[in-house]
Design a protein around this ligand. Structure first.
Ligand code: SF4
Length: 195
């Protein structure tokens, strides 16, 4: 049960048929966001990879396994969160999506996902998502922090793919997800303590 809301169902249908940008030309499947919309935790990555493109599901490859493990160890599960990406189609050879592709996709879909779910917190994973969503550089400056921007709260961490070959980054990523879990388990009124 990923899309109980008719408007999100419509959004998913638009995404799987979308040809708004050039990333539609080489994809196997567009990859809509998926997961729990009731606990109001959104995790945002960069773009689908090979496995995600083949299956049409986000974070099912090696980065997804790391994310799943980090969520489980923090007491959260994949079923507790909604997972999506800045762009919904795999860039050729896993290149970084262009500004144009990002701009089109965010405005068509991610902004609507956020509006419809109205999350307590949005976890931004990786520098591309940070730059694309908030216009911020220097991920390490913001990592592990809650940012209040307009009416939304954001938590910033590494993209799990960045931690695959780096044990130190992986440790930090796992700690960040634990911190995220701690934040969302507490009353939202205490979120200000993390700002
Ligand atoms: S990346 Fe986004 S805007 Fe581009 S074709 Fe895919 S769904 Fe459409």
């Amino acid at each position: 049960m990923n899309y109980p809301n008719q408007t999100l169902i419509s959004l998913k249908n638009q995404i799987v048929n979308c040809i708004l940008c050039d990333l539609s030309k080489n994809r196997i499947n567009a990859v809509p966001g998926t997961g729990n919309i009731h606990d109001k935790i959104i995790l945002v990555g960069e773009a689908p990879g090979k496995n995600e493109d083949e299956r049409g599901v986000p974070f099912v490859g090696s980065a997804g396994k790391i994310l799943d493990k980090a969520l489980t160890e923090s007491g959260l599960n994949r079923e507790d969160v909604y997972i999506t990406n800045i762009v919904k189609c795999r860039p050729p050879n896993n290149r970084v999506p262009t500004e144009v592709e990002i701009d089109i996709c965010i405005n068509a879909y991610l902004k609507n996902e956020i509006k419809l779910i109205s999350p307590k917190i949005i976890c931004i994973m990786g520098a591309t998502a940070l730059k694309s969503l908030l216009g911020l550089e220097h991920l390490n400056k913001h990592r592990g922090k809650v940012l209040q921007i307009s009416s939304n709260k954001y938590f910033v961490t590494y993209h799990p793919a960045a931690t695959i070959y780096n044990i130190k980054l992986k440790e930090v990523f796992f700690k960040d997800i634990q911190k995220l879990a701690q934040i969302v388990k507490e009353d939202t009124s205490t979120l200000k303590d993390y700002l």
